[in-house]
Design a protein around this ligand. Sequence first.
Ligand code: UD1
Length: 363
Amino acid sequence: MKKIDIIAGARPNFMKIGPVVHAIHRYNESATEQITYRLIHTGQHYDKKMSEDFFEQLNIPKPHINLGVGSGTQATQTANIMMRYEEAVKADKPELCLVVGDVTSTMACAIVAKKERVKVAHIEGGIRSGDENMPEEINRMVTDSITDFFFTTSNVANENLEALGHAEGKVFFVGNTMIDSLLGNLNRLQKPALVDENKLSEKSFLVMTLHRPSNVDGMESLRQLLEIINDNVGDKKVVFPMHPRTKKMYDQLGMNYDNLIITGPMSYLEFIYLIKNALGVITDSGGITEEATVLGIPCMTLRNSTERPETVTVGTNEIVGTNPENILPLLKKLIAGNWKKGGIPELWDGKTADRIVKIIGKL
Ligand code: UD1
């Protein structure tokens, strides 16, 4: 395939597509037939700190098209993305639509492409949490059901796809493009100002992120989580960069927590700096469990499931749930520095995007 659309819409997409764009440029330097691409930003995330800053820091070229859909309910976002991407496909039809991850933009563009008879390739295909309460799980199921070529991050994903009846020739186990970004930027990390402002030395702090609707959309669940963490970190501090969704509810709470250092969404190079220097990570994100695993940093996931089981079986992650009774013992272990050591999952080696582009060139 030589003419592709690359779709990105929300923050966790950008570090996954950046390496692919760079790998296409490398491929074209020696290829007899060039791969041309259109980078399409759906506009699902639009704040500078949730979007533009990532393009700048990761040297991703400006998108050719921004669909500018903005916020809304799941259905509104999906519908707007579909209507606007359909126009873009009708105006200039690609041979392949490359989607990544599990956000609303991923699913919406995959559906449009498939109906326009454009082949769909899914980076990070095949992963499943089994929890249909999360919109991402539905996005994964729908996207994978119409995907023509899967680029997978793990053997578990390969097995899931096999169980769903997807033929072996369609599934390519390539590794993790998010880890390409991580390893490729380790020597460019930037120390956030808050580190010196709060006199944070290495391993004297935790990093926390929470943005799942189940954790942050209810005032009581958010208050409980923040309270148990704030009250049980001893002399450690917790850096808490807040997603806009979380900030909305936090502002309504009107509480002050003296061990939490609250800040807005961080840039990529600053955020990875924090994780790399932290004693541990507390999160309800999936991607961050992968980054913590590769950096060997202890990680507690405040969810009841994960679609990335290798971060637990191989890596540093533990699934703790959201019940305060379960959180407390593990939090104590984390603070005491008494955590399991992890390894690196297979093929998470920083070379995944080159593998993907080589395969696309041959499809
Ligand atoms: C989305 C993804 C989630 C991912 C997360 C990372 C889906 C279903 N979910 O969730 O998988 O982990 O991104 O950030 O696609 N908002 C802003 N500025 C922005 C973007 C959003 O203020 O640039 C606010 C809006 O009030 C919006 C809310 O955040 O309503 C939620 O944004 P949305 O894109 O619906 O989902 P996320 O919770 O960000």
